[in-house]
Design a protein around this ligand. Structure first.
Ligand SMILES: Cc1cc2nc3c(=O)[nH]c(=O)nc-3n(C[C@H](O)[C@H](O)[C@H](O)COP(=O)(O)O)c2cc1C
Length: 172
């Protein structure tokens, strides 16, 4: 899939078929995380690739912002260790993984794990060292829901793009 088409057509997917994702594609998704850029190339990240159905189900019980991870055939926990800009680095890797998956027909949803009790429970379940920063759990799977029209609402282009100077909204 061409890059613009992948970005333009991508939708968050929260309802998954149980069909497993081929191991080759799983490895490709993880390679895309590995090849993502990071601040000063620090690469202070770990990606926990989860396919064990009991673990996925338990994640679904813990993650109140994304119980659907319990139905996903695959998930990735993104963990940063003392990175200078953890959220930005993780964001780059997450977007790479999502677009790779999408280009092969696999959807994804970002599951925020923000409450302290959930962070502790996910870290315990996945054996993540306490000092490390759990950024998110990403649920992946082939979409099971009825396709919606492409594109969720977006702020109009002319309201967010400024030309040369802030406040100049007309393209020269
Ligand atoms: C940083 C971030 C956190 C998110 N957290 C959640 C979440 O916890 N649960 C969820 O269902 N969706 C979550 N999402 C998905 C957004 O709701 C979704 O991307 C947004 O509504 C736009 O929809 P689209 O991705 O289909 O374009 C998150 C997205 C981002 C970028």
């Amino acid at each position: 899939m061409e890059v613009y088409q992948a970005i333009r057509s991508r939708r968050t997917v929260r309802d998954y078929k149980p069909d497993p994702i081929p191991q080759e594609l799983i490895k490709k998704i993880l390679q895309c995380a590995r090849w993502s850029p990071s601040s000063s190339n620090t690469q202070k990240w770990s990606f926990i690739a989860i396919q064990n159905l009991d673990t996925l189900s338990e994640l679904g019980n813990i993650c109140k912002q994304g119980p659907f991870v319990g139905q996903a055939p695959f998930a990735v926990a993104v963990v940063m260790d003392d990175a200078p800009r953890p959220q930005l680095d993780a964001g780059r890797a997450i977007q790479s993984m999502e677009l790779m998956a999408w280009s092969e027909g696999v959807g994804m949803c970002f599951v925020g794990v923000r409450e302290q009790d959930q962070i502790v429970a996910v870290k315990a379940l996945l054996n993540i060292p306490e000092k490390m920063d759990l950024i998110t759990v990403l649920a992946f799977g082939y979409r099971a829901d009825i396709p919606k029209p492409p594109g969720t609402p977006r702020v109009p282009f002319n309201e967010i793009v400024h030309w040369d100077r802030f406040g100049e909204m007309t393209q020269p």
